[in-house]
Ligand binder design. Structure first.
Ligand code: PXP
Length: 250
């Protein structure tokens, strides 16, 4: 039996549209409620230092109003640590953050930032928050995450999704396949995300040791055309079919 694969719905870009006009509409918390009804297993939100999409009051309301586990994506900064320790979400995913980037461009350099990250992993873990580190699919980064004591890694799938279909994308996929096997071998729970859509999600969902996918931008964009509930249900179905087919051939 293949292991279940969870879908975390990232609601950041509902807030991006809201913030384009100020005001309250569309409300990311309403999107989170709809995602829960449509079968999401968790809600993900990235509170950025510049508050370009999700803002502090969104996190307050998500914690108060949503029953699904919240995965709070955040940079390893003093300010974000304080916010996470105050709210104690189910999980915190530590991500690199640059003010000038459009989105999270690459994984966290856990090897290079090892000493700096220790405190964040320790304090969040001690508060009962499940810590995950968003990393590129590189064995050295996985080993460093394990040495830090993080229970979870999330593999950055951006390079795979951005690569043109064919040999280049396949090579990126194989990096993720190897990294997910390495995560299992060293005892890390493995998640994945960034840039996934209906076309790219199947090969990732078929990797048996990946147990959670976090998806946002594509879901919110597609929702404009067919609605958020339909989009999430279809994404779940694509993930489920790919997982089942991989289990059947394993
Ligand atoms: N996982 C992490 C850690 C992210 O930073 C993001 C983007 O905010 C995602 C998943 C979701 O990426 P996308 O919005 O491209 O689906």
């Amino acid at each position: 039996m293949p292991r279940p694969l969870r879908l975390g719905v990232n609601i950041d870009h509902v807030a991006t549209v809201r913030n384009a006009r100020g005001g309250r509409h569309p409300d990311p918390v309403r999107a989170a409620k709809l995602a829960a009804e449509a079968g999401a297993d968790g809600i993900t939100a990235h509170l950025r230092e510049d508050r370009r999409h999700i803002v502090d009051s969104d996190i307050d309301r998500l914690m108060a109003e949503i029953r699904l586990p919240l995965n709070l994506e955040m940079a390893a900064t003093e300010e974000m640590l304080g916010i996470a320790l105050r709210h104690k979400p189910h999980a915190s995913c530590l991500v690199p953050e640059k003010r000038t980037e459009v989105t999270t461009e690459g994984g966290l350099d856990v090897v290079g930032q090892f000493e700096n990250l220790k405190r964040y992993v320790c304090e969040l873990g001690a508060a009962g928050v499940r810590v995950s580190l968003f990393i590129d699919p590189e064995p050295a980064q996985l080993d460093a995450a394990k040495a830090l004591g993080a229970p979870v890694v999330e593999l950055h799938t951006g390079a795979y999704c951005d690569a043109p279909a064919g040999a280049e994308r396949e090579a990126e996929l194989q990096r993720i396949v190897r990294a997910a096997a390495h995560a299992e071998a060293i005892g890390l729970e493995c998640h994945a995300g960034h840039g996934l859509n209906y076309e790219t999600v199947g090969a990732i969902a078929a990797i048996p040791t990946i147990v959670e996918l976090n998806i946002g931008h594509f879901l919110m964009g597609e929702a404009i055309f067919v609605g958020l509930g339909n989009t999430i249900q279809r994404m779940r179905a694509v993930m489920k079919d790919a997982r089942a087919a991989a289990g059947a051939t394993a």
